[in-house]
Design a protein around this ligand. Sequence first.
Ligand SMILES: C[S@@+](CC[C@H](N)C(=O)[O-])C[C@H]1O[C@@H](n2cnc3c(N)ncnc32)[C@H](O)[C@@H]1O
Length: 293
Amino acid sequence: MSGTPLELPMPPSDLRWRVSASRDPDQFESMGVSIAKTIEILGGLRESGAGMRCLDLGCGCGRVLRKLAPGWPLIDWHGADPDGEAIAWCLKHLGGLATWHHSSYWPPLDFPSDAFDLVFVVSVFTHLPEDWQLAMLAELARIVRPDGRVIISVYSPTLHRVLPSEVQGEIRTRGILHLSDGGTSGLGTCYQTCLHTRDYLNETWSRFLDIRHHVDRAFFGAQDAVVMAPPEAGDQVVGVRQRTGARPLKQFPPSVANASFGGSWALRGKSKELNFKGSSDAKGEMQNDDCKS
Ligand SMILES: C[S@@+](CC[C@H](N)C(=O)[O-])C[C@H]1O[C@@H](n2cnc3c(N)ncnc32)[C@H](O)[C@@H]1O
């Protein structure tokens, strides 16, 4: 990434809140830079990027693409999100950086098969329920090229420690837990908090795509990166993934792996405040009934 040559406009506070759980423009900027660096390192961007097509699924108001795309002008960038207001803002203010898609909440996505060299999905599977996740994993396997890769972020299990012990126990037993955290206005009632164990990912996600690497706390010190690829791809498939899981990516720079935001960021900024029984205060601005396929 060669820095951002353009002065790009800042999205309004409400749109920043939806992606960062913060209204602080500096945090929006610094997290965008940090996530973009991680994607650049893990995403297999090659040479000039010419001929590559890449998708930021759940791009929101463009926090990542506004930092990533300017450094790779030859890549055909796409951003997709069911948040119509965020996509309308991107179209108006970041129009030339990428092609922006107002996508449906549930698959299928409106892309042909084998469309993308890279699809990254940051801080989305950390919020949506399991049935959506499984449907979307199948869809990602469809739209990624045979030699492409998919990067999905999940909450680092180190963060599970802030949760009450009975909740930690449930996560261990079930492998995945979708918790009500009060919701986020504008993002639909299904948009809560979702936690996974590494065993669950190895057993369930690898039915859709091979897990090549699992990078601890790759995103802003709080979310792990699960790097996946279609089984036919050239890289060596990770060992006995059902038992051992993906190997750590040794070459991942510690400076990125250890980046954090002073401990103020955890579980959408609500560390220790998760309201497990609370009802959602989401206003349902998403027009579709997002919890049903
Ligand atoms: C925490 S934000 C992350 C935004 C962006 N990936 C980033 O890191 O800046 C989560 C995003 O997921 C989007 N989202 C919610 N439901 C979705 C769905 N069903 N499919 C795709 N994206 C969804 C939200 O609209 C929101 O933009």
